[in-house]
Design a protein around this ligand. Structure first.
Ligand code: 4NP
Length: 144
C-alpha cells in the first residue's frame, strides 16, 4: 500500500497541498504520492497562489509546474489509496468507481477539509492537512 492519490474538486488548493506536505513527511521517499481533481474545471491550471504561498511560508517544497489533472480510470487501478479531501469528493469518487474500487476510497479526515477556494483561509487548511497527513503516514506505515 504505497501509492496514494489525494483528490479534491479542482486539484489546485487542497489536494496539491496534501500531496506536497505528504511528500515532505515521507522523508525516505517510500511512497508514490500524487493528487488529482474530481472535475476538469481547472484542467492544466497551476497550484493556487494561496496554496503556493502557504507552502513557501512553511518551507514545504512543491512542483510549481504541476497542472490540475482530473482523475482517470487508470488512476483508479494504479493507486492503492484514493483519498477524497471532503465528503462530496468521496461521493463523486464512489460514483465513478461504481463499486469497482470502493475499498480504496477514503475520506481524508472526519468532517473533511474546508475548501480555501471559498473560505480564503489557507492557514486553517494547512494546519488541518498537515495533522491529517501525519495520521495517514502512520496509518500506512502500520500496514506495511
Ligand atoms: P480545490 O478548490 O478543490 O481545493 O482545488 C477549488 C478549486 C477550484 C474550484 C473550486 C474549488 N472551482 O470552482 O473552480
Amino acid at each position: 500500500m504505497n501509492k496514494v492519490v489525494f483528490v479534491c474538486l479542482g486539484n489546485i488548493c487542497r489536494s496539491p497541498m496534501a500531496e506536497f506536505i505528504m511528500k515532505a513527511l515521507d522523508q525516505d521517499g517510500s511512497l508514490h504520492i500524487e493528487s488529482r481533481a474530481t472535475s476538469s474545471w481547472e484542467h492544466g491550471n497551476p497550484v493556487h497562489q494561496g496554496t503556493q504561498k502557504i507552502l513557501r511560508k512553511y518551507a514545504v517544497s512543491f512542483d510549481s509546474s504541476k497542472g490540475s489533472q482530473q482523475i482517470s480510470q487508470s488512476d483508479f487501478e494504479f493507486f492503492d489509496l484514493i483519498v477524497g479531501m471532503d465528503e462530496s469528493n468521496v461521493e463523486d469518487l464512489l460514483q465513478v468507481s461504481a463499486g469497482r474500487y470502493d475499498d480504496k476510497i477514503k475520506l481524508f479526515r472526519p468532517g473533511g477539509v474546508p475548501d480555501p477556494w471559498y473560505t480564503g483561509d489557507f492557514e486553517e487548511t494547512y494546519n488541518l492537512v498537515t495533522a491529517a497527513c501525519q495520521d495517514w503516514l502512520q496509518w500506512i506505515r502500520d500496514r506495511q
